[in-house]
Write a protein that binds this ligand. Structure first.
Ligand code: HEC
Ligand code: HEC
Ligand code: HEC
Ligand code: HEC
Ligand code: HEC
Length: 338
């Protein structure tokens, strides 16, 4: 049942006198499209008034802490968008979009005229043009909104591609490299970014069922970054081979602002730095890693002496300006020179 139907039910007693007339009026004069528009508007109100939060508290908490909730208020985004003169047509439509089931899966999203600060909100991924909530199969009825089972959620890669795989916006494309990879055979975007969890989907559900966490941990998660790539070090006198294997489901790093620094340091037995070298992997350098790619970088370590330590690190920077204390150590390997 939907919001509008609930209202009718409540008003039912007093309007019974006019029952006949009302039915004729409803059938003949109320266009369906207007009903749907009202239900969509009600959903926006419900979102704003904390109704989604009150019935789906666990999912809300996860979303609230995610970058989807912050897609508009994110300072890095706002700073970048401010430099674009026609940001309203070039940028904002994905950072504060209208519901994509309404504007079209795989179509370029359209900018919302309200609630922009809610970024990629619940409604953006779940609300359809009739005011219903689409999702994987639900286990319980809800009097508050209609549930529609829609295969687009399982797996959701096509849904994600609406923003993360637009051909005309290659800067934000994680989907193409995923689809060309072996990961596409056995996994989806949800496998690594929406872990499975068993719980009550809402406070009015009767049984726990399998769902997925709405956390979308990515480049701000140390856990994600530590499993993004394998690192190996092979020393042969005078040089060291640094072997990197990407374990990320798409191009690595996934975003165009990010930098992975491959750092090789020679340390004397007392820990003093003898020599430091590095290579950066980034979109700017056009050397990002493809999924499952193996890459070898050879560094000259001729100045190393016996008992020196060779230390290799992968270090992650969110932006070129990220200060040293905020950089994240993804992996480290050491070798003592014989
Ligand atoms: C097709 C949808 C789309 C459009 C259009 C779009 N973005 Fe984004 N934006 C995304 C997605 C998806 C991400 C997250 C994935 C990524 O970083 O590639 C993102 C992330 C970002 C980030 C990274 C924020 C962070 O976490 O550090 C910045 C900055 C950004 N966008 C700026 C812009 C600017 C500036 C424009 C306009 C020139 C723009 N975006 C247009 C979808 C879009
Ligand atoms: C009165 C409580 C209530 C409110 C308010 C409510 N929901 Fe729900 N919702 C439910 C119940 C119950 C289910 C079914 C849960 C289950 O299957 O266990 C559900 C299911 C869903 C689903 C899954 C649908 C499917 O078919 O898989 C989505 C998505 C959803 N709600 C989103 C929202 C959003 C967004 C809002 C705010 C606009 C909202 N809900 C408000 C009770 C509520
Ligand atoms: C309506 C557009 C849209 C859709 C659909 C969408 N995203 Fe996003 N996503 C964004 C934007 C915009 C950002 C960037 C937010 C920012 O950093 O400012 C983002 C950020 C992310 C991040 C980065 C988080 C971080 O901390 O770096 C991940 C991971 C992510 N999305 C995964 C997904 C997955 C998986 C799906 C499909 C289930 C999906 N997204 C669907 C727009 C979208
Ligand atoms: C970026 C898109 C996106 C956003 C934003 C989003 N969801 Fe979802 N949601 C999904 C996907 C994908 C699934 C399917 C997960 C699965 O396979 O179980 C899902 C599933 C659900 C379900 C079914 C139960 C479950 O855990 O799978 C409910 C209920 C739900 N979402 C509610 C919400 C609410 C409430 C919000 C806002 C607080 C929200 N969603 C925001 C993409 C989104
Ligand atoms: C095999 C696991 C895996 C799969 C599958 C996967 N990702 Fe990721 N993703 C990661 C890891 C690890 C990171 C962190 C490293 C990085 O920043 O690229 C990440 C980071 C991201 C980021 C953040 C990029 C940034 O620079 O902020 C976005 C956005 C993202 N993934 C979207 C997606 C989308 C969309 C899909 C589906 C096409 C997907 N991911 C599939 C593992 C995966």
């Amino acid at each position: 049942m939907n919001l509008k139907a609930v209202r009718w039910g409540i008003g039912g007693v007093s309007s019974r006198l006019f029952g006949c007339l009302l039915i004729i009026l409803t059938v003949n004069f109320t266009p369906r499209a207007e009903d749907d528009t009202n239900r969509v508007a009600e959903a926006y109100h419900a979102f704003q008034d904390g109704k989604c939060q009150s019935c789906h508290p666990a999912i809300w908490r996860e979303w609230e802490d995610s970058m989807h909730a912050k897609a508009w208020v994110d300072e890095i985004y706002q700073a970048a968008a401010q430099q674009v003169p026609d940001r309203e047509t070039k940028c904002d439509q994905c950072h504060a979009p209208q519901p994509i089931l309404i504007t079209g899966i795989a179509e370029m999203p359209k900018l919302r005229d309200r609630q922009r600060e809610a970024g990629v909100s619940c409604l953006v991924c779940h609300l359809d043009a009739k005011g219903a909530m689409n999702g994987p199969a639900a286990s319980a009825e809800t009097y508050f909104h209609e549930n529609v089972t829609n295969p687009i959620y399982t797996p959701p890669t096509t849904l994600c591609a609406t923003c993360h795989g637009q051909q005309s916006v290659p800067e934000h494309d994680q989907v193409s490299s995923f689809r060309d990879s072996e990961f596409a055979d056995s996994s989806s975007c949800a496998t690594c970014h929406m872990p499975i969890v068993e719980r009550l989907q809402s406070t009015t559900s009767h049984e726990s069922i399998k769902g997925r966490k709405h956390t979308w941990r990515g480049s701000r998660s140390v856990t994600q970054l530590k499993r993004a790539a394998n690192l190996q070090l092979e020393y042969t006198s005078g040089k060291v081979d640094v072997k990197i294997r990407s374990r990320t489901g798409h191009i690595l790093p996934g975003g165009v602002l990010r930098i992975i620094v491959v750092e090789v340091t020679l340390l004397t037995p007392d820990g003093t730095e003898r020599q430091k070298q590095h290579i950066s992997i980034s979109a700017e350098n056009e050397n990002r890693l493809l999924p499952s790619e193996n890459r070898v970088y050879t560094f000259d370590t001729a100045s190393a002496a016996t008992a020196d330590t060779i230390r290799v690190r992968l270090i992650y920077q969110l932006t070129p300006d990220t200060p040293e204390p905020k950089r994240i150590l993804m992996a480290e390997k050491t070798h003592i020179v014989p």
